[in-house]
Design a protein around this ligand. Structure first.
Ligand code: ADP
Ligand code: GN1
Ligand code: MG
Length: 362
């Protein structure tokens, strides 16, 4: 906390610091909430082992937020709540570097909550609308201005290759204990190239997307449940719309938390799937292509498989990427994701017909 106090001196805030507390449940960055008499702020240490060029991350985010801010102002919406407001440092930058660590700061949004699990299905409908709107607002953002903050982030073929490398290197000596999980993935190797191939052939358009559409990366109004702001913009990059849809379903429509060990609790909540799809399709109506619609249900399964592969890879590598809070945490997460993939496979036709019904009704 003393380090935080030192770092805070770098930023242009002219208020007393009343409280500094760790905040949020992200797997990558370190987040703190800073309470002052007038305002609250978020201070974050960017994980530079993962984001190798924090300057590029901040350049992307500030450009994206400025773009969104202009759109909100045009539409007469509240730009202070609809996008992140970054606090500059005393030298006019958006990053402060301390002992080789990179910090940024922005306004904390009051009366706004992020959820780990859905409490009210309407929240997930609102999240679907907001992630769809987010893509719309960035549809005219010049993609060539964006840095690739993590190379091949949603390249599932590459993710499969990384898993194969982790298996052969067996750095943490855990390979033999996960033979079943490895087989689960290898049995589905053909799925991994589907979206990448369609992007390559031009059948799917490349868009500016969020790429980390977990439920806890959206803030909802505490009282009304309306979506206020899409946050965690570190991975905004050109990709497929399917990555945003699929990843949101992976996390939000799981009947259990992402790291639940009791796999009998893990299933796809079809009602929640429907709610998110309704919101997302309402928001993207007119811009989403028929090919994208055709692969929406598949994308949920693909992004869940990809995330499971990433957890399994990290388990094999000795837990070097995702934060863990207990022994075997990454393996628990991987197993959870694979159980969810199986359930999605069981429900794939039902999910497809929900997508088609909603799409045709709009
Ligand atoms: P990570 O990359 O570690 O996931 P996030 O940027 O998602 O970090 O922030 C972690 C959590 O902090 C979020 O899930 C949210 O609950 C909270 N949070 C982040 N930014 C704000 C904000 N501007 N106002 C209120 N809460 C926020
Ligand atoms: C990480 O930072 P956070 O917790 O929002 C990860 C996502 C994964 C997610 C799994 C930069 O997201 O890609 O889907 O964990 N972010 C990065 O929960 O790797
Ligand atoms: Mg987050």
């Amino acid at each position: 906390m003393n380090t935080c106090k030192e770092i805070l001196k770098d930023f242009c805030i002219e208020e007393d610091i009343l409280k500094i507390e760790p905040y949020g449940g992200g797997h990558i960055n370190d987040t703190f909430r800073i309470t002052c008499p007038e305002n609250k702020y978020i201070l974050q240490r960017i994980n530079h082992n993962i984001f190798k060029k924090p300057e590029h991350v901040m350049e992307n985010i500030t450009n994206v937020c400025n773009h969104i801010r202009a759109k909100l102002i045009d539409a007469g919406e509240d730009e202070k709540r609809g996008t992140l407001t970054f606090i500059p440092t005393r030298s006019g930058e958006f990053l402060s570097i301390h002992n080789g660590n990179y910090y940024r700061m922005y306004l904390f949004l009051e009366n706004a909550v992020s959820y780990q699990t859905i409490e009210d299905p309407m929240h997930f409908y609102n999240a679907g609308k907001a992630f769809g709107k987010f893509q719309n607002m960035l549809s005219d953002f010049p993609a060539e201005k964006l840095h690739e903050t993590i190379a091949n982030f949603h390249n599932t073929v590459d993710r499969l290759n990384n898993l194969k490398i982790a298996i052969s290197e067996n750095k943490a000596g855990r390979k033999d204990s996960v033979a079943e999980e490895i087989k689960f993935v290898l049995d589905r190797a053909d799925d991994c190239s589907v979206v990448m191939d369609l992007l390559k052939s031009g059948d799917l358009p490349l868009r500016v997307t969020h790429n980390d559409t977990k439920l806890n990366n959206i803030l909802l109004d505490e009282k009304t449940g309306e979506a206020i702001c899409v946050i965690d913009l570190d991975t905004v990059m050109p990709s497929s719309l399917l990555c945003d849809f699929g990843d949101a379903i992976r996390f939000g429509a799981n009947t259990a938390e992402e790291d639940e060990k009791d796999l009998s609790l893990v299933d796809i909540d079809i009602n929640l799937f429907e709610k998110f799809t309704q919101g997302f399709l309402e928001a993207t109506k007119g811009s989403i292509t028929a090919k994208e619609v055709e692969y929406l249900a598949f994308s949920a399964k693909l992004l869940t498989l990809e995330c499971g592969m990433r957890f399994l890879t990290d388990y094999l590598d000795g837990d070097v990427y995702f934060k863990i809070h207990r022994e075997g945490h990454n393996l628990d997460r991987a197993r959870n994701q694979f159980k969810l993939v199986s359930e999605m496979e069981n429900h794939e036709e039902e999910m497809k017909s929900i997508v088609n019904r909603i799409y045709n009704s709009l």
